[in-house]
Design a protein. Sequence first.
Length: 469
Amino acid sequence: MMLLYALLVALVLLSANNNVLAFARTPPRQSISMITQTSISSTQQHQRTAVTIDIPFCAEATSIYNSTVNLWDVNINRLDTENKTNDNSIRSYDATSPRSWMDHIEHSSEDNHGVGAYTVIRCDATYNFNHNTCQWKIWGIGFHMNRLCSSYRMLMKHNNEHSTSAFSSDYESKLQTNDIISSLLDEATTSLMKEDVSSTSKQDGEYVRTLMVTILWTPSNKVVNDSTDANYKPIIRGHSTFAGKARTTNSNDDLFPSPISACLGIPSELTSEELAKLPKRYSNDNNDNIKSQSLVGANAKISTWCTIRKPLEDSTRFKIPESNIGEVLLVTQDENKQYQDEEDFINSLSILEGLTSNLFIIYKDGTIRTAPVGKVLLGYARHLVKEEIETRNDLHLDLNPPTIQDAKDGLWSEVFITSSKRLIVPVNRVLIPSIGDANEEPTVLWESNDHSVTRSLWSAICSRGNTIT
């Protein structure tokens, strides 16, 4: 066992580019291999016959230092999915929502709480009621680990609390994170396969359920042990909840996501000054001295962005329910372009990314444009799409932000967004919100129901879930 453990520990540090990891059950805590491409063949057996499809599930886990044995333990709690509050906190919040969970941690006055670096990992469970088995496929664990470490370093540098070299070794933090993910998958497996005496029949066949795991690293504000760099290591927490309903593996249903509308995140008064006031993750102003966690850097995934972006989620202006607006797009302005009126102002804009997604626009000549890393977050699904495009001769990737002017010139062919949760989502309309009068309906900048290239990319990306790459 010790030899196996040593081998797995070594593989942990050599797995930066893994895309999908599959194992037939959550491995034992002492032999975590979730950052490797190792496929574990053993199967977790459950001696239960009655099951319930789409049962609610939500849990959180925290890595806690045990000074008695000089080891880190995992404390895991099932969260209430009914009243959606935390009775131990004066500030009530929706504990089943990852966003509310991070917001609570950010604003809590308790020790080792506050703003942190985070990532969201998609985990697909395939469970078979005939054979009482559950197999997990984890998307991009090595990618998420590396970005998490990078985001955490950037956060500490931004806070001016620690030097960037202080957190030079992320080895232990990665192992603790793996331990938390393993614990959450154990809990989810139990939930999927648990006995339900009220169930009248057993559902046969294989089902797939998606679990979204959020990992949050917050800086420690007290000494954990006698190590000189103890204060620089993060407090590691995890949150997990099911996304969507269970689906059968042999279903003939078209699982291609339904198209959404996207709205430009622009001010009601079209001036550069008003545009600069809107929430942003990227600034082209080198003299921007605003002490804002949102400006840690576009490459960093920081929890406070969940709060800062709220003005761009206004349901009366941006995310209008009746307009089926599923994403708001962040824009930037070309400082070299001059504008005389509102139309010139809008034409001077380029699109960066969504509030929680990356953006791709397919041009009629086969070019696919997306903003470069440094101006946008390096998303995992974006990474997969970029890899797929590079294998095709009919498509060409252009890492320049798409422009509004190109849309008006009729150069756009298809639009889609990417995220870890849904991988690829087609966009059938890009809207311009009301200018001046808030009662006006959004106007259509671009519209199309052609998603043929988007669908082909989606199919290619989804197929990666069937293999270990």
